[in-house]
Design a protein. Structure first.
Length: 240
């Protein structure tokens, strides 16, 4: 019971932060980054770098590794969110037929790119200097030191990946708008575009119900209102 209460509380905070979508209702594709966990990690990184490291409250070994663990938890999700927001801009302004919702492929790419960048910085002094210079150009004065022992923080990427799959399983924000755009362009099959929802643990019956409801809404037939209720009920099940 305690675990169910905690999960429900986190889900409500997530909906409050990231918003929600539905048939005819749009939402920014940023649900994975606006989950409480990566946001807490981002705040923790800032507090650690700007306060804890100079306060001598914790050993330097702890504060040093804390930044790495926190950074690797939120950064790949920031990467996927930023990429999808750019794709959203191309879709809405440029009219391009692009998928700006989170997918397993984008999630794996974000985590893989983060792992490669982090490993290169921690194993190569030259790469560390280059990264520090890039941050300086962006207005962030960061001291980045090559330290192979920091690679112990890489398991945080697994946590980030799992958070991303949970966002996909609840039908990632932006996916409904992508489906509607595809439907209007003549791509009438909805279920294949929801396959990764089931693959990431989403309820298969609710996903099938969602596909049926969305098809009714997008077609604009006489039962569109009933189909809309069906789609919203399915979304409630998937996102509870």
């Amino acid at each position: 019971m305690r675990g169910e209460y905690t999960h429900g509380h986190v889900a409500r905070i997530h909906r409050w932060l990231a918003g929600s979508d539905g048939p005819g209702v749009r939402a920014l594709p940023a649900g994975e980054f606006l989950h409480p966990a990566p946001l807490v990690a981002l705040v923790l990184l800032g507090l650690n770098d700007h306060w804890l490291k100079g306060a001598d409250l914790l050993p330097g070994l702890v504060t040093g590794k804390l930044s790495d663990f926190a950074g690797l938890l939120f950064f790949p999700l920031l990467v996927t969110t930023t990429g999808n927001l750019c794709l959203l801009l191309l879709a809405r302004v440029g009219g391009l037929a692009v998928d700006f919702s989170l997918s397993r492929g984008k999630l794996a790419l974000g985590c893989g790119a983060t792992a490669a960048l982090f490993a290169s910085i921690k194993l190569s002094p030259a790469a560390a200097e280059w990264a520090a210079a890039c941050f300086s150009q962006l207005g962030f004065h960061a001291q980045i030191v090559a330290d192979p022992t920091d690679l112990v923080a890489l398991p945080s990427l697994l946590a980030a990946y799992l958070l991303g799959t949970r966002e996909i399983a609840r039908v990632p924000l932006g996916r409904l708008e992508v489906l509607e755009r595809a439907y209007r362009r003549g791509r009438r099959e909805i279920s294949p575009h929801l396959a990764d929802v089931v693959a990431c643990g989403g309820d298969s019956a609710a996903t099938a119900k969602l596909a049926t409801g969305l098809a009714g809404v997008f077609s604009g037939d006489d039962d569109a209102q009933v189909a809309g209720h069906m789609a919203r009920d399915a979304l409630t099940t998937l996102r509870s």
